[in-house]
Design a protein around this ligand. Structure first.
Ligand code: ASP
Length: 374
């Protein structure tokens, strides 16, 4: 190789940008080659908040863990069978929407006016296509409506009556108010009004559900679904369906789903901020790795560090994720995120005393947890 060709290959960032390419979409027809060594990762959450061991009975803990495990297993099953990240996200979220324990679909919190208004979003990291819905009242699984919006592709974000009209055209299953309403959530809105409590004080926790996935084709996806905050008014929309706030996925960096006081997550742009930080951190780290490669006698690197053989460590990912959650905290916000990266790291970060959560990977990790330090 001539000096000039080596020099051209390594003209600074341009070469490194090329090295980033393996971070992007892999074709499904590569499946046969990689199936034996299939690498995948999934993380789920069912909301963050004040979760103290002494405030939850052992029976409640067992119930929540069983529900989280069922959702995690549903997503894992898709991934084990060679399914896509997007299908795994939906498979994990639908059972949590149907489970009245979580604040999504059935069991959603009540608005000030006594309705259940649901928000949901999905994003595909390979194409950066996204679908989101806000304030829907009669769609059994809002995450599937977000999916239909994404598939349709004409718009990204639909709300209220228009979203319901679109859902009817897409043939989605509907449900009456009695499906979504639960006594526990009704009691919460009544207590909020009687005792003039804030949404956080009345619930002590957020019950939004979400999933982030990396599939064996290297593609990422994120999804989140919620009833929002107890006593929300005036058509309030939280972070969940705001692409870049509560939900984001980009194959070059990560997939994120959030839960918490949505207003703060919108103001920080949490999900996209995490992804952007990871994208730049990857570029910086690969550049540093290249700079440490020994030079030949003519002063050119003996080796080009390639994106496919390089990845961020879990610790590096955690640093960036925690830094963004620190920003939320600095503004006064509480909550948490789940993040999956192209390296397959499945990371949680939350500034509350607990977060209903679970993660599983192809390397054998499979766990669900509730409290800090578990
Ligand atoms: N983030 C949601 C919202 O603000 C609430 C939650 O996480 O439970 O709408």
């Amino acid at each position: 190789m001539t000096n000039s060709s080596i020099g051209t290959n390594l003209t600074g960032l341009a070469a490194l940008v090329l090295c980033l390419l393996p971070h992007s979409v892999s074709a499904h027809d590569q499946a046969a080659d990689i199936e034996d060594n299939a690498t995948w990762s999934i993380a789920i959450h069912g909301g963050a908040g004040t979760m103290d061991r002494d405030k939850m009975t052992m029976e409640q803990q067992v119930d929540y863990k069983a529900a989280l495990q069922a959702a995690l297993d549903a997503g894992t099953e898709v991934l084990r069978n060679g399914g896509t990240a997007m299908d795994a996200v939906k498979a994990a979220i639908v059972p949590m929407e149907d489970d009245p324990k979580f604040n999504a679909g059935r069991g959603a919190v009540f608005t000030w006016e006594g309705a259940n208004e649901l928000d949901a979003a999905l994003m595909d990291g390979a194409t950066r296509k996204a679908g989101a819905v806000a304030g829907v009242k009669a769609i059994k699984n809002p995450i599937l409506l977000a999916d239909a919006v994404m598939q349709d592709g004409r718009h990204v974000f639909l709300s209220g009556a228009g979203a319901e009209e679109f859902a009817a055209g897409a043939g989605l299953e509907t449900a009456g108010p009695e499906w979504f309403a639960t006594d526990a959530r009704r009691e919460a809105i009544e207590r909020m009004k009687a005792e003039q409590l804030s949404a956080v004080d009345v619930d002590y926790k957020f019950g939004t559900v979400g999933a982030v996935v990396m599939d064996q084709y290297g593609n990422l996806a994120a999804g989140t679904s919620t009833g929002g905050l107890t006593g929300k008014r005036w058509g309030r929309i939280g972070d969940v369906p705001v692409i870049g706030a509560g939900t984001y996925a980009d194959n070059r960096s990560c997939a994120v789903s959030a839960t918490g006081a949505g207003e703060y997550f919108i103001r920080v742009g949490v999900a996209q901020e995490i992804c952007t930080r990871l994208r730049y951190r990857f570029a910086a780290e690969i550049e540093a790795a290249q700079a440490s490669v020994p030079l030949d006698t003519e002063g050119f690197p003996t080796y080009v560090v390639h994106g496919s053989e390089f990845g961020l460590s879990e610790g590096q990912v955690r640093e960036e994720v925690d830094a963004v959650m620190d920003e939320v905290k600095e503004l006064g916000g509480t909550g948490g995120v789940i993040v999956v990266t192209p390296e397959g790291h499945a990371v949680f970060s939350f500034n509350t005393s607990g977060m209903y959560r679970g993660r599983a990977t192809s390397s054998g990790m499979n766990e669900v947890a509730i409290f800090t330090g578990e």
